[in-house]
Design a binder for this molecule. Structure first.
Ligand SMILES: [Cu+2]
Length: 220
């Protein structure tokens, strides 16, 4: 299937390449602005620019604000008879949210969300920094979400909104930013569906790290 083949390209490393593509969109847009007033001889480039938005099929859309990947607004997980509840989540990302958690540099303004099984979740992801951040969920059923992932990425000081539906199982899903070192430095959270399945380690404000740093402040 063409769409799936396209999706499979988006490994973690490819996201960096995607970032470059987003930068590319900016430069194309700037180029188009400069060309305004000229004759329409650059229509081909305009068309090219348009084609880059959402060029990987219906499961991914991208523009200069960021992207949403593997969105699912209406396909029910097979273990759900209906949508149980509509959940709206607003998440902010930025270095300022790390301040209250020693040892972190990046952060979300919340690190845990609790929802009912089979809920449909609309996530508005707002990036307060000047760098890219992501809100990425792992462990979703792969027949609905390629590689079990739902992913929103917001470019610097932009926001992006996406929708997905969780299955009926009680489970604790990892949510993080996959940009290098952002999770390790605090951008780690959990989505608890139903009763969940225990807290994940190293969630700021929620759980202790699995392997605690053995630093000592005293000199001996
Ligand atoms: Cu980040």
């Amino acid at each position: 299937m063409k769409t799936r083949k396209c999706m499979n390209k988006f490994s973690t490393g490819a996201l960096v390449a995607l970032g470059l593509s987003i930068d590319g969109l900016h430069s194309i847009a700037e180029a188009q602005t400069q060309q305004e007033g000229e004759q329409n001889q650059h229509a081909a480039e305009a068309h090219h620019h348009h084609a880059m938005e959402g060029s990987c099929g219906m499961r991914m859309r991208m523009d200069m604000n960021g992207m949403v990947m593997h969105e699912n607004k209406d396909e029910l997980p097979k273990d759900c008879d209906a949508i149980s509840e509509e959940v709206n989540i607003q998440v902010r990302a930025g270095v300022k949210y790390s301040e209250q958690y020693p040892g972190t540099v990046f952060g979300f303004d919340q690190h845990q969300w609790k929802v009912q099984p089979c809920s449909r979740i609309t996530v508005e992801f707002i990036n307060d920094d000047h760098i890219r951040h992501q809100w990425m969920v792992h462990g979703l059923p792969k027949y609905l979400y390629p590689r079990g992932m739902f992913h929103i990425e917001a470019n610097g000081q932009q926001s992006k909104t996406g929708v997905f539906i969780v299955p009926s199982s009680h489970y604790t899903y990892l949510v993080h930013c996959d940009i290098a070192q952002h999770m390790e430095k605090g951008m780690k959270a959990q989505l608890v569906v139903g009763n969940g399945r225990g807290d994940l380690p190293s969630i700021p404000g929620i759980s202790a790290p699995k392997f605690v740093d053995a630093f000592s402040s005293s000199h001996q």
